[in-house]
Ligand binder design. Structure first.
Ligand SMILES: [Zn+2]
Length: 250
């Protein structure tokens, strides 16, 4: 897919990701009812639902009740558009590889927003992320049994490692994080996930230190770890050579 087409496709998928997040939080399903304003409950017409553009034209407010619309909506759409575009540029090979990349980045966006907003990684999202990874792995490797065993062994190893990490850093890692790391291990393999953990802990520590120095948080504050896992995963996913560099440094 061309980068430009991928960008516009990403904007639309981003809009759907917003719906998934909103509906998960409000207990609805993703199909019905049609999009509506959470304040005045009026349904949103298609021309007010165009990713990013409608937000700009409506100056970030509902057409009917003037309630401001969260910045999350255009930001998620834009982030998805950009990451789809990056996938189209950096992921080479058959078209299916790009499509897998679209799925990968979409799940990470949803998990990042959920963790930032609610400080949790909802089980339906982590479960589906793992399931999608498994299906893609089996498809890519033609259901090769040896590969399946490697995957299963890696899964157990990473599970054990994360359980140990939770004992050491109970204030950093929670139950949702274990599932996210396990899902990532299906997508990336054991070795790369270990580097994702190193990168996520490293970048998380730097940000926490910065926020502590700026008095934005105190020693008792908790910080969501999901966004750091997502950032580190993007790094490893898009720049596999980065993984090689870290391996040489360590
Ligand atoms: Zn409204």
């Amino acid at each position: 897919m061309t980068p430009l087409f991928s960008f516009f496709f990403g904007l639309c998928v981003g809009s759907f990701l917003n719906v998934c997040l909103f509906r998960w939080n409000s207990g609805g399903n993703v199909v019905s009812p049609p999009s509506f304003c959470p304040q005045c409950k009026k349904s949103i017409k298609w021309f007010d639902n165009i990713p990013v553009l409608s937000f700009i034209l409506l100056k970030g407010r509902c057409r009917y009740c003037d309630t401001s619309i969260s910045w999350q909506y255009p930001l998620v759409e834009l982030a998805t558009g950009i990451l789809f575009c990056v996938s189209a540029v950096l992921i080479t090979g058959p078209l299916s590889f790009q499509l897998f990349s679209f799925v990968f980045v979409s799940f990470l966006i949803v998990l990042t927003i959920a963790d930032l907003k609610w400080k949790l990684l909802p089980h339906p999202f982590t479960n589906l992320f793992a399931l999608a990874g498994l299906i893609i792995q089996l498809y890519e490797k033609n259901m090769d049994l040896v590969h399946f065993y490697t995957l299963a062994t890696g899964f157990v190893l990473i599970g054990a490692l994360v359980l140990v990490l939770i004992q050491i850093f109970p204030e950093v890692l929670g139950g949702g994080d274990i599932k996210m790391v396990l899902a990532l291990s299906i997508w990336l393999g054991v070795m790369k996930v270990i580097y994702v953990l190193i990168l996520a802990f490293g970048s998380g520590a730097v940000v926490a230190l910065g926020l502590l120095v700026a008095h934005k948080i105190n020693r008792k504050s908790t910080m969501p770890f999901g966004p750091f896992l997502a950032l580190a995963s993007y790094g490893i996913w898009f720049f596999p050579e980065l993984f090689e560099h870290i391996r040489m440094v360590l």
